[in-house]
Design a protein around this ligand. Structure first.
Ligand code: HEC
Ligand code: HEC
Ligand code: HEC
Ligand code: HEC
Ligand code: HEC
Ligand code: HEC
Ligand code: HEC
Ligand code: HEC
Ligand code: HEC
Length: 370
């Protein structure tokens, strides 16, 4: 790197610098001038100055040392940059606005991480919407508390080789896997993850449930109580579920039972539940959702008592039958409940009807007897 640094200096000092430096400054000013009105519109024309930066930064051996002794490669792969979403659209200086002139000033960073934390701010000039959303998310809340492990734009997207972040769709979980390896491993074995790997786009990926930029805390009460709606986006969609022969009654039956009723109540009352009521993921799992008939499934009969016992301590072997499952009661499923319902369906109108007739008869008699 020393040689590169010498070159940088020599351009300021040596006679060659006059030749190289002046047209450069001219170009830089020229581009800044034509860029200025385009800045706010996000799409900038592509000036041809990249070759200039790459004269030094296109050298694979270009490297330096940061203040903490960490080595830093200064190499920017021109091919990877050209293939990236920004290739042919942006100039180096569209992001590195403070380095439009050569020779450029040097910012001394403490560490690699300090550099990333400073440089991700470059993205907000053109992607303000994503930047603003990030500020609302759990990751940024961690960053703001000084937790360096939390991701910035660069950790998820890269810097010079940025690709379409959702293409292919499996790429999304790979992005999260860097830091959430255990969650991603469980997801890949789940019914959703397996379908995704086989090329099925109908199943949810990380960001369908958590969103990419403004992801909320999934362990909060409010989030927990809204999980049914998350699943219902697909599982109450008749056209989608018909493809897989999966019942769409799962939502209505859930909402009609004690757990679902309690969840709706909590939601509408905006009270903080003293104890979480069960939602979809308490019985099915969140990342490890399996087919309900599979041997390991928490929703299969053999495991159901254990599933209920997580919250209903001391649940007996018969306890699970306190819930009739996702079935609308019928003669074949829960006939007793069905018959009781049917009975009430006839009995209640009968009683109320009788009551009304009796009152009318009383009134009639009172009128006639007068
Ligand atoms: C004559 C060689 C040379 C040219 C041309 C050059 N650079 Fe550099 N650049 C360097 C050197 C040397 C360093 C490392 C300085 C150090 O040791 O910290 C560097 C560091 C950088 C860094 C990272 C470190 C920091 O201090 O922020 C960025 C970003 C950068 N250059 C961008 C550019 C851009 C954009 C251009 C084109 C407009 C460009 N460079 C043109 C030599 C050059
Ligand atoms: C889309 C915005 C963007 C563009 C365009 C861009 N850079 Fe960068 N650059 C960054 C970011 C962000 C970083 C910090 C990377 C990190 O933290 O790992 C960076 C870091 C660097 C570094 C420090 C070493 C490194 O690779 O991390 C150099 C040198 C550099 N850029 C040069 C260039 C050159 C030369 C070009 C043009 C070919 C260019 N950049 C185009 C955003 C950009
Ligand atoms: C000077 C403006 C500018 C800056 C700064 C900039 N971008 Fe971009 N970005 C663009 C343009 C223009 C596109 C191309 C839009 C398209 O082709 O759909 C784009 C596309 C993207 C895409 C793909 C979008 C999609 O719909 O698939 C991603 C991801 C992205 N940028 C991330 C970043 C990140 C991360 C940074 C910071 C390191 C950054 N950008 C900095 C202008 C910019
Ligand atoms: C935790 C990882 C992560 C972080 C941090 C992140 N992104 Fe993204 N981003 C994604 C994923 C994944 C997608 C793909 C779209 C999706 O799944 O919703 C995406 C999509 C995008 C897109 C395409 C348009 C869109 O909104 O879908 C742009 C542009 C973008 N990100 C820019 C940024 C910028 C700028 C930052 C920093 C302010 C940033 N991202 C931070 C993961 C991240
Ligand atoms: C660079 C590392 C990194 C990347 C990449 C990353 N995360 Fe995170 N994420 C973290 C850290 C650190 C936490 C804090 C909780 C912890 O210690 O696990 C966190 C927390 C979360 C939480 C909240 C969990 C809690 O316990 O509060 C969610 C949800 C989350 N991430 C989703 C995602 C998704 C979805 C992606 C991919 C689009 C992603 N993350 C990518 C580092 C990362
Ligand atoms: C079908 C919806 C869904 C999908 C897809 C999903 N999650 Fe989650 N995630 C949840 C739910 C629900 C919770 C809350 C867990 C609980 O209540 O026990 C959660 C919790 C989390 C947490 C915090 C608690 C923990 O288990 O560490 C992280 C981190 C997380 N998810 C990351 C991811 C990542 C990364 C992916 C992609 C592989 C992903 N999630 C895919 C629904 C989902
Ligand atoms: C983006 C749409 C989507 C979302 C959101 C979604 N799923 Fe699914 N789910 C599917 C599809 C499609 C299948 C069928 C996959 C297959 O059979 O290959 C499926 C399969 C299942 C199965 C297996 C059924 C069987 O065959 O035994 C269960 C259980 C399940 N999902 C539960 C959930 C739960 C719980 C949630 C919410 C935390 C959820 N899903 C969110 C689309 C979705
Ligand atoms: C995540 C915790 C959780 C799980 C798992 C859970 N429940 Fe519950 N359940 C509750 C809470 C809290 C209540 C009390 C508030 C309410 O009615 O929702 C409750 C109420 C009930 C009631 C109403 C009578 C009573 O005791 O208050 C029955 C019956 C019941 N659950 C059956 C089941 C069955 C069967 C399973 C397993 C298939 C199960 N539960 C799994 C949390 C859970
Ligand atoms: C109290 C535990 C419990 C809750 C809460 C629960 N389920 Fe289930 N789920 C089961 C059991 C047990 C089965 C298997 C037997 C059955 O269908 O009743 C099942 C079956 C399913 C199936 C497969 C249906 C089919 O046609 O093969 C899907 C999909 C499903 N549930 C999704 C959901 C969704 C979405 C929610 C939330 C709206 C939810 N479940 C809430 C226990 C639960």
């Amino acid at each position: 790197m020393l040689s590169l640094r010498k070159r940088l200096r020599s351009q300021t000092l040596g006679p060659a610098s006059k030749m190289v430096g002046r047209p450069l400054q001219f170009f830089a000013l020229f581009f800044l001038a034509i860029l200025a009105p385009a800045r706010s519109s996000a799409i900038a024309p592509a000036p041809a100055s990249n070759g200039l930066c790459l004269a030094c930064h296109g050298n694979p051996a270009a490297a330096t040392k940061l203040a903490n002794g960490e080595p830093l490669s200064l190499f920017v792969d021109p091919k990877a940059f050209a293939r990236s979403v920004h290739g042919g659209k942006l100039a180096c200086a569209d992001c590195h606005v403070d380095m439009a002139r050569v020779p450029h000033g040097v910012r001394q960073f403490k560490s690699r991480r300090a550099m990333s934390l400073a440089y991700y701010e470059l993205c907000k000039r053109c992607h303000f919407a994503q930047y603003a959303r990030l500020l609302d998310g759990v990751h940024y809340a961690l960053l703001a508390k000084g937790d360096d492990r939390a991701p910035t734009c660069v950790d998820c997207h890269g810097s010079h080789g940025i690709g379409r972040p959702d293409q292919p769709r499996t790429r999304i979980s790979a992005t999260c896997a860097r830091c959430h390896a255990a969650v991603v491993a469980a997801y890949r074995r789940s019914v959703h993850g397996e379908a995704l790997a086989s090329g099925n786009p109908d199943v949810p990926v990380c960001t369908d449930c958590h969103r990419a930029h403004d992801n909320a805390n999934p362990l909060s009460a409010a989030w927990h109580l809204s999980i049914d709606r998350l699943c219902a986006r697909c599982h109450a969609n008749r056209a989608l579920m018909a493809k897989y022969g999966i019942s769409t009654q799962v939502l209505t039956t859930y909402l009609n039972d004690f757990h679902g009723m309690t969840a709706s109540l909590y939601r509408s009352e905006k009270v903080r539940p003293a104890m979480f009521t069960a939602t979809c993921t308490d019985c099915h799992g969140a990342h490890d959702i399996g087919r309900v008939g599979a041997p390991g499934s928490p929703a299969i009969k053999a495991n159901l008592r254990k599933t209920c016992a997580r919250c209903h301590r001391g649940a007996s072997a018969n306890f699970p039958s306190a819930w009739i499952g996702h079935y609308e009661p019928s003669l074949s499923h829960a006939p007793l409940v069905y018959l009781v319902k049917l009975f009430y369906l006839i009995f209640i109108p009968f009683v109320i009807g009788g009551l009304v007739i009796q009152i009318l008869l009383h009134l009639w008699r009172a009128v006639v007897n007068r």
